[in-house]
Write a protein that binds this ligand. Structure first.
Ligand code: SF4
Length: 291
């Protein structure tokens, strides 16, 4: 690949193939519970972007077991797993809940690392203490949903934190020995290619350790469904999207992993773009264009 992809990066780091085992905690987001908004970010699914995770009502170890079982057709005995706290804002909780969840995840015999999806404005001192303690025993990465560095776009989708909060979070996490992955969405309302590429540049300049790109999904039950119906927004074609990715990759320093260049939205909710559901076609296209 013309960029450092997840598989190569994980093999280099852990010496084996790694998969993510998605798990969820019984948490919400400040943009859902009324603290900073209600209804969540405009594009976010009712599952808080954790549509592949098991029920948060189950213990963390059984969620990990279930995820490993689901992946069993692709994995072998030497495959390692990253326990991925994916849904909602996984640090928006009592520190003791996070502490015991991380303890349980780290104790799972197949888990080699932990990734925690959260917001940069949900990292208070007591949560940072918990993260720091665990990061001294197992690799911990925090995944921050920046999505864009254009404040106007962030206001439109209801992000409810400013760019400097993200920059402070990156600093704080690094001081605690924790790596940062930054999520960026291409195709948000009112953004030209320069804006999207600018978001990548901003994340790199802010010190992110790795990046994840995804295209804007229109999911059933989100406000974006209306935006699509009203013609306020259109979905990107595969060629348009990967044209933006190509430009964005120019901003990524050599050696910085791009852990995802496109995601796949939950098929049961996906309205557009439908090409993202054809995994085989997308993988072939990526290989041809970036291989
Ligand atoms: S995008 Fe993240 S912060 Fe926004 S509603 Fe979804 S899970 Fe919560």
């Amino acid at each position: 690949m013309r960029f450092l992809d997840a598989d190569t990066f994980y093999r280099k780091t852990f010496g084996c193939k790694m998969y993510k085992a998605s798990v969820s905690l019984d948490v919400t987001c400040p943009t859902r519970d009324g603290t900073k908004g209600t209804g969540g970010c405009r594009f976010c699914s009712p599952m808080g972007s954790g549509d592949f995770a098991a029920s948060c009502k189950k213990s963390i170890s059984s969620q990990i077991d279930e995820a490993i079982d689901r992946l069993s057709s692709k994995t072998g005995k030497d495959t390692g797993f990253i326990a991925y706290f994916q849904s909602f804002t996984s640090t928006y909780c009592d520190p003791s809940l996070l502490d015991s969840a991380l303890e349980e995840a780290a104790a799972h015999p197949r888990v080699r690392a932990i990734a925690i999806g959260t917001r940069p404005d949900c990292l208070p001192e007591d949560i940072m203490d918990v993260l720091k303690r665990h990061a001294s025993r197992i690799p911990v990465t925090v995944e921050l949903g920046l999505q864009t560095s254009k404040e106007k776009t962030a206001e439109w989708f209801g992000r409810a934190f400013r760019n400097d909060v993200y920059q402070d979070a990156v600093r704080k996490l690094h001081e605690a020995g924790i790596e940062v992955t930054t999520h960026i969405i291409f195709g948000l309302k009112g953004e030209c290619v320069d804006d999207m590429v600018g978001s990548v540049r901003f994340a790199v300049e802010s010190g992110t350790d790795s990046l994840k790109f995804t295209c804007l999904y229109f999911l059933r039950g989100t406000p974006l469904e209306e935006d699509l119906k009203n013609g306020e927004l259109a979905s990107l074609s595969m060629e348009e999207y990967f044209g933006i990715v190509e430009e964005a990759l120019r901003e990524v320093p050599p050696g910085m992993p791009v852990l995802r260049i496109t995601g796949d939205g939950p098929k049961s909710l996906l309205i557009a773009p439908l090409w993202t559901a054809d995994k085989r076609k997308v993988i072939n296209y990526i290989r041809k264009r970036f291989g």
